[in-house]
Design a protein around this ligand. Structure first.
Ligand code: FES
Length: 158
């Protein structure tokens, strides 16, 4: 199920958790990485087996955390914060601008699979609002112009 490197990481993780179910969160993170940024039914089943819990239990945990994805994201997953501190300095306008620029709405992926957008609650970078995360990288004090530049740069790296 996992790549060779992923399997090694799995074994390292399990060695740190004598009770397998306690490894559920990091294992879901690893499974998501291994599956291209989302958790398929097979990924969930695999993690449930390893952690010796039911698939229903795993699904319950996944539904609680926004960092776990049940749909395949774009190659570049743009997570845009629209919580109050970011909104006060243009977070909502930034989301609208990005949706318009890419021709997709938050919660969806473009037809070419390059970009997806997700509207986020606070991502913990309020001091640098408006903040976004692209895949796992934070970008701070983003405005429509810097978003356009970012999209152009990412588009040149398909
Ligand atoms: S409100 Fe946007 S990062 Fe905290």
């Amino acid at each position: 199920m996992f790549s060779e490197e992923g399997q090694k990481e799995l074994e390292r993780m399990l060695s740190r958790y004598p009770i397998k179910r306690n490894a559920l969160l990091p294992l879901l993170h690893l499974a998501q990485q291994e599956n291209g940024g989302w958790l398929s039914e097979e990924s969930i089943k695999y993690v449930a087996e390893i952690c010796e819990v039911s698939e229903t239990h795993v699904e319950g945990v996944i539904s609680f955390y926004t960092m776990y994805k049940l749909k395949k994201p774009g190659k570049y997953h743009l997570q845009i914060c629209t919580c109050v501190p970011c909104c006060l300095v243009g977070g909502e306008e930034l989301l609208e601008h990005t949706e318009s620029k890419l021709g997709i709405h938050a919660g969806s992926t473009g037809d070419d699979g390059m970009f997806s957008i997700e509207e986020m609650e606070c991502i913990g970078a309020c001091s640098f609002a408006p903040a976004i995360i692209v895949n796992e990288d934070y970008h701070e004090k983003v405005n429509p112009e810097s978003m356009d530049q970012l999209i152009a740069d990412l588009s040149n790296n398909p």
